[in-house]
Design a protein around this ligand. Structure first.
Ligand SMILES: Nc1nc2c(c(=O)[nH]1)N[C@H]1C(S)=C(S)[C@@H](COP(=O)(O)O)O[C@H]1N2
Ligand SMILES: [Mo]
Length: 387
């Protein structure tokens, strides 16, 4: 980035109100400044450093959304979180091929033009990294409109043979992994059982919010498995392989594996599970003030099970039902808001979501005992001081 751009951004940051007034801020990414309506003010959380804004995404780095900036249904492509375990490959688009191999009737190979010529569909889907957590204010998150082809169409064309049990997705990014003192080159990969892979909603995505898939997010092709944690959405996808057993690579078998206490046939055991479907989760992320009216905003993510309610509790009060953004779809995030008559002083705000099956987002104390950085879905109380 040029010096020029940096100083221009600094200038924008310092003159938030002026540029808003001039209407000049529409295309400025949210990691620089929040989008606020005329006369609206962001109220800082007291549990969060005030200067929590993040720089732009960098290849091979981690970029997270300042969740106080969530004010719109779709996350701008520049704001959408980025996690890259093996750096950021640049696949040559002319020589790019997607191969379909293994236990199939027809092994297939597609150029980018072949994929672009296939039937396309669109889906709104939000997801988070399986390692998203409260110390990042749940910033490894985003929601976008994705466009691409149905994974099922590709698998049907290939024809899965009897004995084909698992569909493996390989990325074009390669890392060195040490396994018992031996270093091997491994592509980023994840797998899904055939029945899960054949869901109608699964996409091989070519576009994000109406633009070609950005390099950060997997150009030219990524898997998009709605309702599943981000790790399942293999980027820079180059090969789909059908095999007779579970794929056991790092991101299935060793990493993104949650260790939690469970009762197994009456025995209490520590159980390891690969991170798959998004756990039912909500969090308060943003409080704004317009005159003396306050508004609380938060998000819900889950595996697509319909919701019964999202509620907010302020201090020791009763749970109050929040309004869910009507643009929400089955696999999008669901933003929710509650108008709040705030009194001066320090307050604690917490949200909880309940699905139609009666599953309630647990408090930290109610959540299963867990030794793991994955699947952090407990209620997240926030504190704020009203002046
Ligand atoms: N090829 C490849 N795909 C990948 C990863 C990766 O490192 N390489 N990271 C996964 C993880 S852990 C997450 S959380 C999501 C992040 O997607 P995003 O950066 O587009 O938000 O991509 C997933 N797909
Ligand atoms: Mo992740």
């Amino acid at each position: 980035m040029s010096e020029d751009k940096i100083s221009r951004r600094d200038a924008i940051k310092k003159t938030v109100n002026t540029s808003m007034a001039l209407g000049a801020a529409a295309s400025v990414p949210h990691w620089i400044m929040p989008a606020l309506a005329q006369g609206e003010e962001l109220v800082p959380f007291s549990d969060m450093p005030e200067d929590f804004s993040r720089g732009p995404a960098r290849p091979g780095g981690t970029h997270f959304l300042d969740t106080r900036m969530i004010d719109d249904f779709y996350t701008d492509n520049e704001d959408f979180y980025v996690v890259q375990h093996y750096g950021q490959p640049e696949l040559d688009l002319d020589s790019y091929r997607l191969k379909v191999t293994g236990l199939v009737e027809n092994e297939l190979e597609f150029t980018l033009a072949d994929l672009q010529a296939m039937n396309q569909f669109q889906i709104d889907a939000g997801f988070e990294c399986g390692g998203n957590r409260s110390t990042l204010y749940h910033g490894l998150i985003g929601n976008a409109n994705w466009g691409g082809i149905r994974l099922k169409d590709i698998l049907d064309r290939a024809g899965i043979l009897p004995g084909g049990e698992e569909v493996v997705f390989f990325g074009g990014d390669i890392g060195l992994e040490e396994i018992r003192e031996t270093e091997v080159e491994q592509a980023f990969a994840r797998s899904l059982p055939v029945a899960d892979a054949m869901r109608d909603v699964n996409m091989l995505a070519l576009s994000m919010n109406g633009e070609d898939l950005p390099q950060f997010h997997g150009r030219p092709l990524r898997a998009l498995i709605p309702g599943y944690y981000g790790v399942c959405n293999v980027r820079w996808l180059t090969q789909i392989h059908v095999q007779d057993r579970r794929y056991m690579g790092r991101f299935m078998g060793r990493d993104y594996v949650t260790l939690k206490k469970a009762t197994v046939g009456g025995e209490e055991r520590w159980v390891e599970n690969s991170v798959t479907k998004i756990q039912l989760k909500s969090s308060v992320v943003r409080v704004t003030r317009m005159g003396n009216r306050h508004k609380i905003t938060g998000f819900v993510l889950n595996d697509g099970t319909p919701l019964r309610s999202v509620e907010i509790k302020i201090d020791g009060g009763a749970w109050q039902e929040a309004a869910i953004d009507p643009r929400s779809t089955q696999y999008s995030w669901k933003l929710f808001t509650l108008d709040w008559d705030a009194s001066p002083g320090e307050h604690t705000l917490v949200s909880r979501v309940t699905d139609v099956n009666g599953n309630v987002q647990p408090t930290e104390a109610e959540a299963p005992e867990k030794i793991s950085r994955w699947e952090n879905y407990a209620q997240f109380p926030r504190t704020i001081v009203i002046g």
